[in-house]
Design a protein around this ligand. Structure first.
Ligand SMILES: Nc1nc2c([nH]c(=O)n2[C@H]2C[C@H](O)[C@@H](COP(=O)(O)OP(=O)(O)OP(=O)(O)O)O2)c(=O)[nH]1
Length: 128
């Protein structure tokens, strides 16, 4: 199983979502930024590293949601979600093709990667 961290980044009442590019696995799906946990790597250090690499910003972790396991058929991931805010840097997408800052009501408008569906659900349950 592949462990993947992701960050639900909040600015005021808006939530950041990023769209995978046409060249990536699961092209054009929306997800929370993040990536694979390296061997022996601490999960909170992983999410901070991945966000710096993908978005060029530093984050502060505020909270953690329940890990969500999803079987994509050819591989299974455990998605480990954090809630975070940006503390410094200017947002510059390094890998993704688009980003959106969404209200809670708009979250279901996106075509999410399947593993993210329970994460979005839990986030909304806790925040409505
Ligand atoms: N970062 C991130 N990845 C997610 C989410 N939901 C989800 O299914 N994934 C999947 C996509 C990838 O298969 C994997 C994360 O891998 P990655 O971001 O480090 O690398 P990648 O897309 O380049 O994948 P790969 O081609 O190297 O296998 O987890 C999510 O919300 N955030």
């Amino acid at each position: 199983m592949i462990k993947v961290t992701c960050a639900i980044i909040i600015k005021h009442d808006l939530i950041l979502a990023v769209q995978r590019s046409g060249k990536m696995k699961m092209p054009f799906k929306w997800e929370f930024p993040g990536g694979k946990v390296e061997e022996q790597e601490d999960e909170t250090l992983c999410i901070q590293r991945e966000i710096k690499e993908e978005l060029n910003v530093e984050i502060r972790i505020l909270d953690r949601l329940s890990p969500a396991t999803h079987d994509y058929g050819t591989f299974t991931i455990q998605l480990i979600p954090f809630i975070a805010t940006i503390i410094s840097g200017e947002l510059l997408l390094q890998e993704h093709q688009a980003h959106r800052w969404l209200t809670k009501d708009e979250l279901w408008d996106l075509d999410w990667a399947e593993a993210d569906v329970p994460v979005v659900q839990e986030f909304l349950t806790r925040n409505t």
